[in-house]
Design a protein around this ligand. Sequence first.
Ligand SMILES: N=CN[C@@H](CCC(=O)O)C(=O)O
Ligand SMILES: [Zn+2]
Length: 438
Amino acid sequence: MRLLVHSARQLALVTGAGGAAAAAGPLVGPAMHAIAVLESDAGLALVADESGRIEEFGNNTEIMKKWQDTSFDEVVDANGMCVIPGFIDAHTHPIWSGDRINEFIMKLEGATYMDIHKKGGGIYSTVRNTKNASDEELYVSLKSRLTRMMHAGTTVVECKSGYGLDVNSEIRLLKILQKAKEEHPLDISITFCGAHAIPEGMNSTEAVDAVVNDQIPAVKEMKQNGTLNVENIDVFCEKGVFNVEESRKILTAGKNIGLRVNFHGDELCALGSAEMGAQLNATAISHLEEISAEGIAAMANSGVVAVILPTTAFIMHLKPPPVRQLISHGVPVALGTDFNPNAYCLAMPLVMHLACIHLGMTVNEALVASTLNAAASLGRSATNGSIQKGKWADFVIVNAPRWEHIIYQYGAHSHLIYAVIKDGKVVYKNKEFSRSTV
Ligand SMILES: N=CN[C@@H](CCC(=O)O)C(=O)O
Ligand SMILES: [Zn+2]
């Protein structure tokens, strides 16, 4: 067999209370809070099979006895620690060059995100820097970012293009993401985000035309010939960027080539993005700081996952997204870092802390949103996001007697994470490990 983890004190299963229910789909409403956590001072163990999937978990003594004659590729002693599912980061922009520290400072002095964008900064400045970077530079920085995410417990990550904005540049970024998907241990869900901004020198009609008639056909061809495994289509649906009808056209064209609809909506202005996304049967909509009551009802009715990005409201001093209303109306809520040059955060534990303190989520809800529900936003909830037989053995081992330390100890994840396991293989082990992190 591939892996034995033994002697853990807690296993946070992230299945419904009782252990079995709802593990193949997102958890909604009160079920987001009522998750099963196994606990035993006598120890708990998990086994992953040869393919890297969970074979079984439970009582240490029983499992050790049952598998005593089996050889394991790896054995992890998690004595007194907690095992939780690997985090799934539902929204990132990880491929770009050049920082935006000057803009960070301008914003501290009062400039807004949109002021900077309209003056050719923001996304436009990153597009210029990215065009000037070589493929190798972009790949090296992408890999380093993915590795840092992994060290913070992420095992699956959504990764967007979007700093190219023309067909050749966007395809270049998608190819580099594809290379990372093939070579990096993280499971990457690639998103085409050619409609991240209206390219300088174009109007919105020309930009929609370029995305629909140049970029999407190019993605389609590479998907069909097997060179690119792009899964999702995104657009920045926002006042001053793509309006609702323009976004609908782009998303529909993406959907027609088999991509899942997963886009930025209702972030800075209430445009009705959520309602439009629900009509298109979107898999997920991100941000939603300004979502309307109608938008919440529409998302709940069609089961669209709300990908909430606590770093955005925190960094930009925006009104926080209405997470409590989303949950109470039955919208499945997921979390993501939104890693991008405007919000340089790679770590899901920080995001969960902000989600609890700033947005009013419970610790259980934050864990569900960072695992099973984030998996649902990427079409992976049948295979990832909870500790259940047959799912990928993706775990974070938290060096503490209760799993909640990973949220409670703000900014301490690099000390608390003892190991990260992806498909039953240890992909990170903390060299600075010490038993006393509490
Ligand atoms: N809102 C649009 N996209 C990103 C920001 C990208 C950037 O500023 O470079 C976001 O999700 O926050
Ligand atoms: Zn984004």
